[in-house]
Design a protein around this ligand. Structure first.
Ligand SMILES: [Zn+2]
Length: 319
C-alpha cells in the first residue's frame, strides 16, 4: 500500500473531486436523464441541478451509485474501494472499521457495497475464442445453511479431494481463460445440467476446453473446438499445455483469503465475495493494472448499481 495520506484518502472534498473526474471526465452528467450540457450549480458544492426542464432534478457524483444517500465521507469510501482493491485477499470489515474509524456495522455495509460495485453487469461476452484455452473446474467451500435431507443410511459422495461429502458444502464453478479472465458461479448443485448450461453460455465455442476427468464435462465438451482433460486421479496434472492449474490457482487464492479474512461468510453472501475475487483477478498486476487503476475501475463500477441490484439490508447484518 502507498500514498494513504494522499488528499483523496483524507479529505472528503478532494475525494469528491476525484470521484467526479472518474465518473464525469467531460463534466457532470445528469444520472436521471443523461443531460450533459445544461446544468446549474446549487448552493451546495458538488450538487447540481439538471438544466433539462423536463427533469430539473438535483444530483451529485454519488446519485445512482452504490454510494447514494451515504452519510460516510467520500474519502472513507475511496479508502474502502482502495483497501478492497489493493490487497490480494481482500480486507475484513474489522480492518475497515479500524482503518476508517467508522462503526463495524458501517464498515460491513461499506464493504458489501464496494463488492456490489466490483460485480460485472450486463451480458458479458463469452470467455475464450479461437485458439484460446478456457479451464473449467469446481470446488466446494464452506457449509450450506440448510443441508439437504438425506435418505437414511446413504453415505454422501466424497469430494474430489476425499473430504466429507459435497452435499453439505457450497459448490463453486470457475471458468478461467488461460492468461486471462475468470468467471465464477456459486451453484445450488454442481450437477451435469447446471454445469453444462453455465459452460455453454459463458465460453466461446471455438475455444479449447480444459477440465479434469470429471463426468460433468464430456457432453458439453463436444460442442467446443476441443475438450482435453487431465486425469488427476491417476496423478496426471499437466500434459503438454493441457491442465487446470489456472482454475486451481484462483481457488487457492480464494480459499486462503476466505479462511484468513472472511471466516464467517454467510452462504447468501458467497456470490458477493466471489465477485470481489473475480474482480481482483480480472484486474490483476500481471494484466498490467496497478492498485490505483484497479481502485478506479471499482469506483466506475459503482455507477448504475443502485437501481439494478438488491443491496444488502440491515436485517442481514451481521454476516
Ligand atoms: Zn436530468
Amino acid at each position: 500500500m502507498y500514498a494513504l495520506d494522499a488528499p483523496h484518502f483524507t479529505n472528503p472534498i478532494a475525494a469528491r473531486r476525484m470521484m467526479e473526474t472518474i465518473r464525469w471526465p467531460h463534466g457532470p452528467v445528469c444520472p436521471r436523464c443523461g443531460e450533459a450540457e445544461r446544468r446549474y450549480a446549487t448552493k451546495k458544492e458538488g450538487r447540481w441541478r439538471c438544466g433539462n426542464p423536463d427533469c430539473a432534478g438535483d444530483y451529485t457524483v454519488t446519485t445512482g451509485t452504490v454510494m447514494e444517500s451515504t452519510h460516510i465521507g467520500l474519502h472513507k469510501w475511496l479508502m474502502a474501494f482502495y483497501m478492497l482493491s489493493s490487497s490480494k485477499k481482500g480486507s475484513s470489515s474489522h480492518q475497515l472499521h479500524r482503518t476508517l474509524g467508522v462503526t463495524y456495522k458501517s464498515a460491513w455495509f461499506l464493504s458489501h457495497r464496494v463488492r456490489e460495485a466490483m460485480k460485472s453487469i450486463g451480458l458479458a461476452e463469452p470467455l475464450g475464442g479461437e485458439g484460446r484455452i478456457v479451464e473449467a473446474d469446481e470446488t466446494y467451500h464452506g457449509k450450506v445453511e440448510t443441508p439437504k435431507p438425506r435418505s437414511r443410511g446413504r453415505i454422501p459422495k466424497p469430494t474430489k479431494k476425499g473430504r466429507s461429502g459435497p452435499a453439505d458444502k457450497r459448490p463453486i464453478l470457475a471458468l478461467v481463460e488461460r492468461h486471462g479472465r475468470v468467471r465464477t458461479f456459486h451453484v445450488a448443485a454442481a450437477d451435469k445440467a447446471t454445469v453444462s448450461k453455465i459452460v455453454g453460455e459463458n465460453i466461446a465455442r471455438d475455444s479449447r476446453l480444459h477440465t479434469d476427468e470429471s463426468n460433468l464435462y464430456p457432453t458439453i465438451g463436444k460442442e467446443f473446438a476441443a475438450h482435453e482433460t487431465v486425469k488427476h486421479s491417476a496423478g496426471e496434472y499437466v500434459r503438454g499445455d493441457v491442465h487446470t492449474n489456472s482454475a486451481e490457482g484462483f481457488f487457492s487464492i480464494f480459499k486462503r483469503g476466505m479462511r484468513g479474512i472472511y471466516q464467517h461468510c454467510a452462504e447468501k453472501h458467497l456470490h458477493r465475495y466471489l465477485a470481489e475475487y473475480d474482480f481482483r483477478y480480472n484486474h490483476r498486476v500481471r494484466l498490467g493494472i496497478d492498485d490505483m487503476e484497479r481502485t478506479i475501475a471499482a469506483v466506475r463500477g459503482a455507477e448504475g448499481k443502485r437501481l439494478t441490484y438488491r443491496q444488502p439490508r440491515s436485517t442481514e447484518f451481521p454476516a
